[in-house]
Design a protein around this ligand. Structure first.
Ligand SMILES: *Cc1c(COP(=O)(O)O)cnc(C)c1O
Length: 367
């Protein structure tokens, strides 16, 4: 048996009629960039997050740096985040001209450890960027409390967690902005790249809207900007999929519960969902000392397991590039996690036979 890692094509086949019709409608409309289909999706996205404004852009990476630019974060500033995330979190800080400062993680959730943030704050610190890793929100209550005491901005990297929630705290409730990614493999994804920003701050919306469109809101250019728009074709696809995101996330949670139950007796470290949280399992991560051997074993058995992320950002060859960074940064828990993580197949379209097969094969591993 073969078990793939992504369900994009199955998802497309399940919704083919509706998606094809939505795409054709845009093709016939002739309005491909900044058209009514984008406006409709932005409305739907804001409503989904229960927030005031949503702005589409070209990618999750752009969403982050557009927010940093709009908030005035730039050269000379420091931004606190984690090193066990997709490279883009640090890149976006770097593109804005600022410097990422990495804080170690909670070993169970792999999210930023709020108790370690204070020690990383300097005169130059402007913002905290928690990453809701693997689909579970970071501890926003504790993060917002540190931010309030030190007068820092908070931008949520929610690229992996559309539809997730904290314990009594919604994503976006305690921050300046939320950044999402709609690249194909995310929980809510289109057939390519795009991203979005959701915020309740009236004062930065027009600035973000202008920045993504050459500094222009209507005709003239209010500022310098960039070209980072969400194509109407992608917006059409995303509007179709947005209606299903809760159902798909529920299915991910159901599969996670089956993995939890089936793998409980293996001695592997399984994901920890914090009490009262809604983890949406963008990824289902197990941890083992024999990461590489086990990964090969799973792959040889036809299971396309992967690892996210095998090398922490501060240990990547390409980091720091043209950036004055602290090369002596030590993040023992981040480094330990990076050496141990395996991502099992996790997407709503997995069949029962595939789920059972993954559980069975993991059981036959004698690590
Ligand atoms: C995917 C991802 C991004 C970047 O999103 P893109 O749309 O690929 O640019 C940023 N942060 C995290 C945590 C991600 O998983």
């Amino acid at each position: 048996m073969k078990v793939g890692f992504y369900g994009h094509v199955r998802q497309y086949h399940n919704l083919k009629e509706e998606i094809d019709a939505a795409i054709l409608e845009v093709l016939e409309s002739g309005k491909y960039v900044m058209g009514p289909t984008l406006a409709r999706f932005e409305k739907g996205l804001a409503a989904y997050f229960n927030m005031k404004h949503a702005i589409g852009c070209n990618s999750g990476t752009d969403a982050l740096w557009l927010v940093f630019m709009a908030l005035g974060i730039g050269v000379g500033d420091e931004v606190i985040t984690v090193a066990n995330t997709f490279f883009a979190t640090a890149e976006a800080i770097w593109i804005a001209g600022a410097r990422p400062v990495f804080v170690d993680i909670e070993p169970d959730t792999c999210n930023i450890d709020p108790t370690r943030i204070e020690a990383a704050i300097t005169d130059r610190t402007r913002a905290i960027v928690p990453v809701h890793l693997y689909g579970q929100p970071a501890n926003m209550t504790a993060i917002a409390e540190v931010a309030r005491r030190h007068n820092l901005l908070v931008v949520e990297d929610c690229a992996q967690a559309t539809g997730a929630a904290g314990d009594g705290v919604a994503v976006g409730e305690l921050s300046d902005a939320v950044c999402v990614s709609f690249i194909a493999q995310k929980n809510l994804g289109t057939f390519g790249d795009s991203g979005g920003i959701v915020t309740n701050r009236d004062d930065i919306v027009d600035r973000i809207r202008a920045l993504r469109n050459h500094g222009s809101l209507k005709r003239s250019h209010h500022s310098m900007g960039y070209n980072s728009r969400l194509d109407d074709l992608h917006a059409a696809v995303l509007s179709v999929k947005l209606k299903r995101i809760d159902e798909w996330n529920d299915r991910r949670r159901e599969i996670a519960a089956m993995y939890d139950e089936g793998l409980r007796d293996t001695g592997l470290q399984l994901p920890v969902e914090k009490l009262g949280y809604r983890h949406v399992y963008h990824l289902y991560i197990i941890e083992t000392e024999q990461r590489d051997e086990m990964l090969k074993y799973l792959n040889d058995a036809g299971i396309n397991a992967k690892t996210h992320y095998p090398i922490a950002i501060h240990q990547q060859e390409g980091y720091p590039w043209g950036m004055p960074a602290d090369l002596n940064v030590s993040l023992p828990l981040t480094e330990r996690s990076a050496a141990r993580v395996i991502s099992l197949p996790m997407f709503p379209e997995l069949t029962q036979a595939e789920i059972d097969y993954v559980i069975h094969i993991v059981h036959t591993w004698e690590g």
